[in-house]
Ligand binder design. Structure first.
Ligand code: GLA
Length: 399
């Protein structure tokens, strides 16, 4: 954990330096941080009302913030090109359009908070940056949105409860950016706790923290480096297909409010009535719900092998039924699960590239890294990035 704290401080300092280069000299900016997350079980279940098991990671978004005296809101990023500039007082009334850039995420949050008419909506310079790969399935978007909500809340003196900031982040992604995402990511970021997984039931948003045996186990994330431009469209298509399955199956199950409520037997009875791709999506969801409950039981019973098996089976289902994997992700899962000190592995996040997550014996980190790198290079000619995580303290201001 000491190494992690040092990394966070170094990234915060880099953000301060970049801030003065971009926005010029003056008062030191305040620095806010929000983590990313990795999801271990419950793939594509949040928008189907199922349970998920994410963990925040000590990588995320750093936001340097300083007041301006001219009432303008200026936002820039050290990670991506393009700036946003607008008038704070008229922003909500001006009803700005999406820019199609990274700035839409914080802009959507700002608009949401301004709609609540804060007492002191002063002008601000905001510089975004961080050490979380963008578009890798580690929830860079929820990290930037929850981080923005925290920074604006502090700079505008809103003092809203942490869960309000989580909801402001969610609304920005859904209503302004236009991703039909579930609740998992901002909750995982907002409810982070070190050495714990979050158990979040997305049907009613009830949640609890499950301890992880970090003496024995470590969680690694391996990044394929693959980024798919069309991933957002593919994601929304999966959401539509699940909705289609639910609308067809719901009349056969009294009281069903989401796909999670449909028993597998009902899908079997109705399968021939559904388009093949829609039936496959529904099968993944219904079986993944069962796997996620079993995984939780294994974790609570101190049986990591049982937990890992559910993860590896989840990957097969994501590949065959939900069809969101790619050859590079499959290589990483295949190499990891061939090792006797690995409990399980699967893709994490939406898929279509990005990262896998691996749960394994913490003593064997070097060996894991070496094996994954060797196999991956032999098949794909590049090296994956492999890193280990133990959770995070959650969104906060850094001193
Ligand atoms: C993306 C979405 C999440 C969730 C995952 C898949 O990360 O933002 O809401 O649906 O995909 O589990």
């Amino acid at each position: 954990m000491a190494r992690h704290a040092h990394e966070t401080q170094a990234a915060a300092q880099a953000q301060r330096v970049a801030f003065s280069e971009i926005f010029g000299p003056g008062e030191d900016p305040r620095i806010f941080f929000a983590p990313g997350r990795v999801n271990l079980m419950g793939a594509h279940l949040d928008y189907n009302g199922g349970p998920v098991m994410p963990m925040a990671i000590n990588r995320g978004t750093f936001i340097a913030a300083r007041r301006r005296t001219d009432g303008k809101l200026r936002m820039a990023s050290t990670l991506e090109a393009g700036e946003f500039i607008g008038e704070v007082t008229t922003l909500a009334r001006d009803n700005p359009r999406r820019t199609g850039t990274w700035a839409d995420y914080p802009l959507g949050v700002a608009l949401g908070l301004l709609a609540a008419e804060p007492a002191e909506p002063v002008g601000l310079d905001l510089l975004f940056g961080g050490n979380l790969p963008v578009g890798a399935g580690l929830s860079s978007s929820a990290s930037i949105c929850v981080g923005t909500a925290l920074a604006l809340d502090a700079m505008w003196g809103l003092q809203s409860p942490p869960m309000d900031r989580v909801h402001a982040a969610l609304r920005s992604e859904r209503e302004f950016v236009g991703v039909r995402c579930g609740i998992m990511d901002p909750y995982a970021v907002g409810l982070a706790r070190p050495a714990h997984l979050l158990w979040l039931d997305c049907k009613d948003a009830s949640h609890l923290h499950l301890p992880l045996d970090t003496e024995r186990l470590a969680i690694a994330v391996a990044d394929t480096g693959v980024r798919r431009e069309l991933a957002q469209g593919e994601f929304n298509q999966r959401v539509s297909e699940c909705g289609q399955a639910f609308r067809h199956l719901a009349p056969h199950v009294a009281g069903a409010t989401c796909l999670r409520d449909i028993p597998f037997e009902v899908l079997l009875e109705q399968r021939t009535e559904l388009e093949e791709s829609v039936a496959r999506r529904a099968e993944h969801v219904i079986r993944e719900v069962e796997r996620t409950f079993r995984a939780r039981d294994s974790l609570l019973a101190g049986k990591p092998a049982g937990f890992g098996l559910e993860m590896t089976n989840a990957h097969a289902s994501l590949r065959e039924l939900f069809q969101v994997s790619c050859p590079e992700l499959d290589t990483l899962v295949h190499s990891a699960t061939a090792l006797d000190f690995v409990a399980g592995s699967r893709l994490t996040g939406a898929g279509f590239g990005g990262c896998t997550v691996i749960i394994f014996d913490r003593e064997r980190e070097d060996e894991l890294r070496a094996r994954l790198s060797e196999d991956f290079r032999a098949r794909h000619g590049t090296l994956p990035t492999v890193e280990c995580f133990e959770g995070d303290l959650g969104p906060r201001e850094l001193s």
